[in-house]
Ligand binder design. Structure first.
Ligand code: DTR
Ligand code: ZN
Ligand code: ZN
Ligand code: CA
Length: 449
């Protein structure tokens, strides 16, 4: 195990404490520990929200959709490229972002003899060499207001950006949000943006997340199968809800992520379906109507605010926030690391166990973005409940159990607002397996200040 200048392995300290706390035992044997953790499963009610991303209020997202509907109604019934309704949409979204502290830029281009506009909004701060982007096309087709296609993606991205501002988030990476023009003419706006981005700036974009139709009235839950890390982030989110997802199979080239993928930038995204028909099997798992299009108002005048499924756009807006918070935490941000690699067995369907690291020599409280990196080996991670315990015993829920997440291992970094906790002291990771059969062990975990 190599140690960076800042890395303080607490393995020795943990072993010294092992007799008092949780015996660090080889993974091969069951935990022999007189666990220091409480016998009962941790109560989520006592745990201040630790999972980084906030809930994105459905009412706020729907208010944006109503505003886009009003804009279309006031401008000939659409928000299409080259028409007044599109520029009015850009101005409307820009004003909200300016008021929320974003640095906005309107990028102009010409397509089919008309002026088009991209809106780019940078959230100040973060590592300029690691830029995480999220975007949605803001234009509609000429035949209607385009509320699902793509007011839904535009509103979900907008409300997530506003949530970043409300939280005054200070992620490791730099956040950039974008609303594209003329997607319906062939990804024109996003292509213009990428083509006019110097190669050196393209290489700084660690990922682009695309949201085009995320509130379809007869929704499916599709995840783009492009970059595996981005894909898994969305799948993990939906697994946490107990909602099955499918790989998005018609997307390649069909929306603005293609502009980024074509120049080698990792991409991902979510989609609830367009004119294709929902199958019986899909209706079985997702509800809705088999034999009917996911969105039967696709590219039609009836793509209005009535053409939205609230559950779908709510879930997907929350998924956008989850991905932004998770993927912007960064991986190479320097920081003071406190780690233990002592294996601690997790008894199958049994008492919680804990693993400790001791933090010392720091002043004041822990940060709002305390990073908790965990590596737990397990053959059915849905069995596991994971909490961080601060030195004063306050617990922060990192991961809930989930009956259908059968994937192996929990390897993740959680961002916890631990600013009310003293930095120094013994921090613990508490893990409980709450379902029988599969089992595993804590392999290592670390705190990064
Ligand atoms: N081309 C998009 C709609 C669309 C169709 N298939 C996919 C797949 C993934 C994202 C979007 C789409 C439009 O009409 O805007
Ligand atoms: Zn469209
Ligand atoms: Zn679209
Ligand atoms: Ca189990």
């Amino acid at each position: 195990m190599t140690h960076s200048a800042h890395r303080r392995t607490a393995a020795a300290a943990a072993l010294a404490l092992a007799g008092l706390l949780t015996a660090a035992v080889p993974a091969a044997t069951a935990a022999a520990a007189p666990a220091a953790a409480p016998a009962a499963a941790p109560s989520a009610a006592t745990s201040p929200a630790a999972l980084a991303a906030p809930d994105i209020p459905l009412a706020n997202v729907k208010a944006h959709l109503s505003e886009l509907q009003s804009i279309a109604t006031a401008n000939g019934g659409n928000r299409a490229h080259g028409r007044p309704g599109y520029k009015a949409s850009i101005d409307h979204v820009k004003a909200k972002l300016d008021a929320a502290g974003f640095t906005t830029t309107v990028q102009q281009f010409t397509s089919s003899g008309a002026t088009g506009y991209n809106l780019i909004a940078d959230w100040p701060g973060g590592d300029a060499n690691q830029v995480l982007m999220a975007g949605a096309h803001l234009d509609s087709v000429g035949s209607g207001p385009g509320i699902n296609d793509n007011g839904s993606g535009s509103a979900g991205v907008l409300e997530t950006a506003l949530a970043v501002s409300r939280a005054q988030l200070q992620p490791a990476k730099h956040l950039r949000f974008a609303w594209w023009g003329a997607e319906e003419l062939g990804l024109v706006g996003s292509k213009y943006y990428v083509n006019n981005l110097p190669a050196a700036d393209r290489s700084k974009i660690s990922g682009y997340l695309n949201f085009d139709m995320i509130g379809s009235p007869n929704p499916g839950y599709f995840v783009y199968d492009d970059d595996p890390t981005i894909e898994q982030t969305f799948k993990d989110y939906y697994a946490g809800l107990g909602v099955a997802t499918e790989i998005e199979t018609e997307g390649d080239g069909r929306s603005d992520h293609a502009s980024f993928k074509n120049v080698g930038i990792p991409v991902g995204g979510l989609f609830t379906g367009a004119s294709r028909t929902k199958s019986s099997a899909q209706a079985q798992k997702w509800g809705g109507t088999a034999g009917q299009a996911f969105d039967r108002c696709y590219h039609s005048s009836c793509d209005t605010t009535a053409n939205i499924n609230d559950t779908a756009i709510d879930r997907n807006s929350d998924a956008i926030a989850h991905a932004i918070w998770t993927l912007s935490a960064g991986t190479t941000v320097p920081g003071d690391v406190y780690e233990t690699t002592a294996d601690v067995a997790v008894p199958d369907n049994g008492a919680a166990v804990t693993s400790s690291v001791t933090v010392s020599g720091r002043s004041g409280n822990a940060p709002t973005t305390l990073r908790v990196g965990v590596d737990i080996k397990h053959t059915w991670r849905g069995d596991l409940v994971v909490d961080l315990l601060a030195p004063d015993g306050t617990s922060y829920r990192l991961k809930n159990s989930s009956s259908n997440d059968s994937a192996d291992n929990v390897v993740a970094t959680y961002t916890v607002n631990a600013s009310s906790e003293s930095a120094n002291g013994t921090w613990k990771l508490r893990v409980q397996d709450v379902a029988s059969q599969d089992t595993g062990y804590i392999d290592s975990w670390r705190l990064t200040f």
